[in-house]
Write a protein of this length. Structure first.
Length: 450
């Protein structure tokens, strides 16, 4: 007799009862999820199926399986999809209403990775603002390999910026590599490689004229040196002209939307020919303007539970709303968001690989966990289908992280990182917020029948 999925409609945010999460040790009796509506992440239409999990991996889909010695859970009316992967976040520096170096502790990193896990995000890529603490005493390896609770962490290590230390507000950027010339890049790249970065991060943006932009000869050298190490390069970018030059010079991923104007056919052809991926981070641009008023999600428990202490109160002050609305960059930010929405649709139509990323964790309003679900909603608002948006958050993001051989889709032989929903997100993308359970390597880390 099948056991029902014993889950409350609303789970306490920190109700994680998983204990340790060593992917390699995710053992136990066979788990069979019966009668699930499956969205497998490949772009295929949803179908009803049974999912068999053994030793942390998917061993069968809709096959006749011996249920002896198995735990069987009936998921009739539930939807199962791959856990999400966020390929652009920042970890450890955010705490409360501040983002600073003092916040970067082992405890804070672990806490934030557990927050991501509670929201169904089981891999994140921290984009270039990490600090030596992460890489000491095998801490990073343990996080990357899933041996500690929370989302698995990949890191870009220390990113490359311009020599001018005046940078925009955000996570601490005091430890970035700041070469004065291309000649300094090889030695700095050698230093970075000790951290075994998943990608190399570069900033190519003048932030509306408030900062110096990286010289082309420098970022060309970074791209060349990274590629010698077989490590892809992700560029923070804003302007179409910079994106065009970066693509021509061999960048692998554009890590934000092109926001100064609409993309043209020439760039689309160039990106597709060079197999350049795109991480639009639409929420970054929405959050820059949304809190001039009261966005629809402001009192939603799904949003409030993800907030750092004090942020909810900050967002509700008249002074904060006025500050956002009277920001000299406000009109520019509004146009940027409009261009970002239009450009992601054009880029998707061109068949260019788009992956999920949000820049969550860079500031208090870029809310870890919630941002990833809101990003899916914005992708749909931009004109993509819910099925496309889900593939962006699963298979596509896995491809950008180069982990798609094991993660990102629900297929036989892959790791059982699963998100269980009480409603189908193909009928309403907001249903990704109706989380009933999360499995990491076949082990319940949220919900389940415990």
């Amino acid at each position: 007799m099948y056991k029902p999925l014993l889950l409350p409609l609303i789970l306490l945010f920190f109700a994680c009862t998983s204990g340790g999460n060593n992917d390699k040790a995710a053992v136990g009796k066979k788990l069979i999820l019966k009668n699930a509506t499956l969205i497998d992440g490949t772009g295929a239409e949803a179908r009803q199926t049974d999912i068999t999990i053994e030793r942390g991996k998917i061993t069968a889909l809709n096959s006749t399986v011996d249920t002896a010695e198995a735990e069987v859970i009936d998921l009739s009316g539930k939807t199962v999809l791959p856990a999400f992967i966020s390929a652009h976040v920042h970890i450890g520096t955010l705490k409360g209403t501040s983002a600073n170096a003092e916040n970067y502790t082992r405890k804070n990193i672990l806490r934030q990775l557990q927050n991501y896990q509670q929201y169904g995000i089981l891999h994140v890529l921290s984009m270039g603002t990490d600090r030596p603490l992460l890489f000491a005493n095998q801490f990073y390896d343990s996080l990357k390999n899933g041996q500690l609770e929370g989302a698995r962490l990949f890191s870009a290590g220390i990113g490359f910026h311009v020599p001018d230390v005046k940078t925009p507000a955000g996570p601490p950027m005091d430890l970035l590599y700041r070469p004065k010339s291309a000649a300094e890049v090889p030695a700095l790249m050698d230093s970075l490689m000790q951290y075994k970065p998943r990608v190399v991060k570069i900033w190519v943006d003048d932030f509306g004229g408030s900062a110096k932009k990286m010289d082309r000869s420098v970022y060309q050298a970074v791209i060349q040196e990274a590629h010698k190490q077989q490590v892809p390069v992700v560029a923070h970018v804003y302007n179409l002209a910079d994106a065009r030059q970066l693509v021509a010079d061999g960048v692998d991923v554009l890590g934000h939307s092109i926001r100064d104007q609409l993309v043209d056919d020439e760039l689309l052809k160039q990106m597709k020919a060079n197999k350049v991926a795109y991480i639009p981070t639409l929420t970054l641009d929405e959050f820059a303007i949304a809190y001039a008023g009261n966005p629809e999600w402001i009192n939603d428990p799904f949003f409030k539970q993800a907030l750092e202490p004090g942020v909810y109160e900050m967002l509700h002050t008249a002074d904060y709303r006025t500050k956002v609305k009277e920001d000299p960059q406000y009109a520019r930010n509004v146009r940027a968001f409009q261009h970002a929405l239009a450009n992601v649709q054009r880029i998707a139509q061109a068949g260019i690989l788009i992956g999920l990323g949000t820049d969550s964790g860079a500031s208090p309003v870029r809310v870890q966990g919630f941002s990833e679900h809101r990003e899916l909603q914005l992708l749909v608002e931009a004109g993509l289908t819910p099925l496309q948006a889900i593939s962006i958050a699963t298979q596509n993001a896995a491809k950008i992280l180069r982990i798609d051989d094991q993660y990102g889709t629900i297929e036989k032989g892959k790791v059982a990182d699963l998100l269980v929903l009480s409603a189908n997100p193909l009928t309403d993308i907001k249903n990704t917020q109706k989380i009933e359970g999360v499995l990491k390597a076949g082990k319940w880390v949220r919900g389940g029948n415990d």
